[in-house]
Design a protein around this ligand. Structure first.
Ligand code: PLP
Length: 500
């Protein structure tokens, strides 16, 4: 003990310290996963600025032992967290963690290599190529998105980043044809259910905000994009001299889990020379099960497709697969060529330099994480995982339907159930307020966390099943909680007029 070097002078990667301190963190996390179910899913008494009052104004002059730091995490940080890995977390969409995802992340962050060009870490670049091809086959995308089929994939940190890159590729493809002034005439099309990232991305790449078209959807199409509405808007734009640039299709929208008709969108995109991107951020994971494959029918007509393994595919944050049919389109928009990155050894060899497939230069070794997940659980294990969640969501949907006070708002496609207390009588003006109160009461209990959406002016509660630790008993408890709080906010069965 006495002869141990002062902590400040220890090598930051001293192997023995590394093993011991990492083990402390793993023990801490093991305890966290054991107990997380018993925590309120959201911090019950969170106040803005609380943490600042608990921590010093400046970093310590001398470092603390890891156990002291972990004690602060336990005392000050954990109580202020929303527990995304709680089995009672049904909000937004899931952000899966798993043992294999963690192991992969440990390897990636421990090796800490940077595959921005092939030569900077050859096996890391090549593993990424292998793993995006594996995922491409698993989710049933056509061969044109495989490297062997002339396409290829890349791992980004988020769908938002992937979308900006595809928008830039589409823009440059059109600019090279039409000249630089054409940017002011370019139009991007999305539905009113598309993710907000498309609008943001269009702004970032210089599309005039007035050239972003939001096509309304309706219950009649299950809130999917109806091609006749799309075509009439596109035709009007073409007639007034505008240039259709980019069309967003979504498989599993964020609010309602709606599905756009990919094949029909692809046909429209081809007719007008638009880039079609298919965003399957959440529902892309379910495509590994053949029973969901019809959602991606027509994908061979798309220019790019993306999905997030960090949502519902047991891969810890962050990981988004982006596939493109023509990597050259992407790289001609995003490549850079500083001298200090020029290879001096393998001139002329065909290699992928992933810096040219993304915005940033430096990038983590994400492929390791997704590869470990796929190796550890296997395709069959992942299919069983997805199906368990879908079955639990099915049960919840069926149970909601069987209670005369409630209605399912949009029929479930994947593992998201959208429901609400239905109007108690014809013209019930209070129904939205009652549902808001119900959601507030459910979340204030700390026993579950759900979020809301608004569609056709209706306030809708979203129950997104998909947590790595969620089991049937948690979904049953969530339903009991909803019923209990419905009674508390005054939604009594006797108030509900018979509608059937
Ligand atoms: C979650 C989600 C996104 C955003 O994904 P990020 O990885 O957070 O950028 C985009 N589209 C859909 C449909 C989503 O559900």
């Amino acid at each position: 003990m006495g002869s141990a070097p002062p902590h400040d002078t220890l090598l930051p990667l001293d192997p023995e310290t590394f093993a011991a301190e990492s083990r402390s963190v793993i023990d801490f996390l093991g305890g966290y996963y054991r107990d997380v179910e018993s925590y309120p899913v959201r911090p019950p008494d969170a106040e803005p600025g609380r943490l600042r009052t608990l921590l010093p104004d400046a970093p310590p002059e001398h470092g603390d032992p890891v156990d002291v730091i972990l004690e602060d995490v336990r005392r000050h940080i954990v109580p202020g967290l929303t527990h995304w890995q709680s089995p009672n977390f049904f909000a937004y969409y899931p952000m899966n963690a798993s043992t294999a995802g963690f192991a992969g992340e440990m390897l990636s962050t421990g090796l800490n290599v940077v595959p921005f060009v092939w030569a900077a870490s050859p096996a890391a670049t090549e593993l990424e190529g292998v793993v995006v091809d594996w995922m491409c086959k698993l989710v049933g995308l056509p061969d044109r998105f495989l490297f062997s089929g002339g396409g290829g994939g890349v791992l980004h940190g988020s769908t938002c980043e992937a979308v900006v890159c595809t928008l830039a590729a589409a823009r440059d493809r059109a600019l090279s044809r039409l000249g630089h002034d054409a940017i002011l005439r370019m139009v991007v099309y999305a539905s009113d259910q598309s993710h907000s990232t498309f609008q943001k991305g269009a702004r970032i790449i210089g599309i005039p905000p007035s050239n972003f078209r939001v096509i309304p959807t309706s219950a009649a199409s299950g809130y999917g994009l109806a091609v006749d509405s799309l075509c009439s808007v596109v035709d009007a734009d073409v007639a007034s001299g505008l240039v259709p640039l980019y069309l967003c299709g979504t498989v599993g929208t964020t609010g309602l889990g709606a599905v756009d008709p990919v094949r029909q969108l692809g046909e429209v995109a081809r007719r007008y020379g638009m880039w079609l991107h298919v965003d399957a951020a959440y529902a892309g994971s379910s495509l590994i099960c053949p029973e969901f494959r019809d959602c991606i029918d027509g994908a061979e007509l798309a220019d790019s497709v993306s999905m997030n393994p960090h949502k519902w595919f047991l891969t810890n944050m962050d990981c988004c697969c982006l596939w493109v049919a023509s990597p050259a389109m992407l790289t001609s928009a995003l490549s850079s060529n500083p001298e200090y990155l020029n290879g001096v050894s393998q001139e002329g060899a065909e290699v992928v330099d992933y810096k040219d497939w993304q915005i940033a230069l430096s990038r983590p070794f994400r492929a390791m994480k997704l590869w470990v997940v796929l190796r550890r659980y296997g395709a069959a294990g992942m299919r069983a995982y997805i199906r368990r969640h879908v079955e639990m969501a099915e049960w919840f949907e069926r149970t909601v339907r069987a209670d005369r006070r409630f209605e399912v708002v949009v029929p479930r496609r994947f593992s998201l159930v959208t429901f609400r207390l239905r109007p108690r009588y014809e013209g019930d003006q209070e129904v939205d307020a009652l549902n808001r109160k119900l959601l507030v009461a459910v979340n204030a209990s700390g026993r579950a966390f759900m979020t809301h959406f608004v569609v056709d002016s209706k306030f809708v509660i979203r129950m997104a099943v998909g947590g790595a630790m969620t089991q049937m008993r948690h979904v049953r408890d969530a339903w009991e909680l909803v019923k209990e709080k419905a009674k508390e906010v005054g939604a009594l069965p006797s108030d509900f007029m018979d509608m059937q």
